[in-house]
Design a binder for this molecule. Structure first.
Ligand code: ADP
Ligand code: MG
Length: 257
């Protein structure tokens, strides 16, 4: 299953980092949750972020699209500094897709309408174009036949794939995933991971918080282990998961088995 060839099938990456986080600190009151994060993710690179609950993984992801405002430090996406007070944050956010553990679909809208509404509201696309892009992206996640269904009639895995399609329909440069399979029944996890794996192979830049170690080993270019608001290890999956150099990483991994 594990396959170097899979990774080499992916498009070559350019030299400029697509995501750059520099000296990032985030506190909630006097709880310092991120304590100086430095991280670069190249275009087309897939980075999995692992670590214990409460280590700051979600906060880091949320700082990368400014859902949380950093206390200190800089975040760049595609060369634009998000932490620059003069930046048009709505414009930058359009370039960043985010998928959460909870799918957050609109229950009263059909699958197609869930995909067309943000395109029309945020990007100002016309009805026909939005519908065309919705159909393309539903095909991409293998759910073309559910275009007219309502979220409640879908399995959790299908709903999450709709949420991924909704993010993709906005044409993002990077995709952030925060434990996208953690809310799913085990038998539904595989289909969601398969969609993410395909996206990785298409060359999407991805930052994925996950506990799915098989996915991280097979799909990630790099794995970042966080603990206590710092990056403890950052390396290839073989290094970080296969042969961790820190006791904290070993302890975390041993508890997953
Ligand atoms: P992880 O995703 O690794 O489980 P989080 O980033 O969600 O960790 O949380 C890290 C810490 O930050 C936790 O102690 C959490 O309680 C705290 N935290 C996260 N979001 C907020 C918030 N909006 N307000 C106050 N504390 C928060
Ligand atoms: Mg989290």
């Amino acid at each position: 299953m594990s396959t170097p060839t899979e990774k080499s099938a992916r498009p070559a990456r350019s030299g400029t980092p697509e995501i750059r986080v520099s000296g990032l600190h985030k506190s909630f009151g006097d709880n310092e949750v991120l304590r100086g994060i430095d991280l670069e993710i190249g275009a087309g690179e897939v980075v999995c972020v692992i670590g214990p609950s409460g280590s700051g993984k979600s906060t880091l992801l949320r700082c990368v699209n400014l859902l949380e405002e950093p206390t200190r430090g800089q975040v760049f996406v595609g060369g634009t500094e998000l932490t620059d007070p003069d930046v048009d944050i709505d414009a930058v956010r359009r370039r960043i897709g985010m998928v959460f553990q909870q799918f957050n679909l609109f229950p009263h809208l059909s699958v197609t309408e869930n995909l067309t509404l943000p395109q029309r509201r945020v990007l100002g696309r016309g009805k026909a174009e939005a519908a065309k892009v919705a159909a393309e992206n539903l095909r991409r996640v293998g759910l073309a036949e559910k275009a007219d269904a309502f979220p409640a009639s879908l399995s959790g895995g299908q709903q999450q794939r709709v949420a991924i399609a909704r993010a993709l329909a906005m044409g993002p440069e990077v995709m952030l995933f925060d434990e996208p399979t953690s809310a799913l029944d085990p038998e539904l996890v595989g289909d969601v991971l398969a969609v993410m794996r395909r996206l990785a192979h298409e060359g999407m830049t991805m930052m994925v918080v996950t506990h799915e170690m098989t996915f991280a080993r097979e799909v990630a270019d790099r794995v970042v282990f966080m603990d206590g608001g710092v990056i403890v290890e950052d390396g290839t999956p073989e290094q970080v998961i296969g042969n961790p150099s820190h006791e904290r990483t070993r302890h975390f991994l041993s508890r997953l088995l």
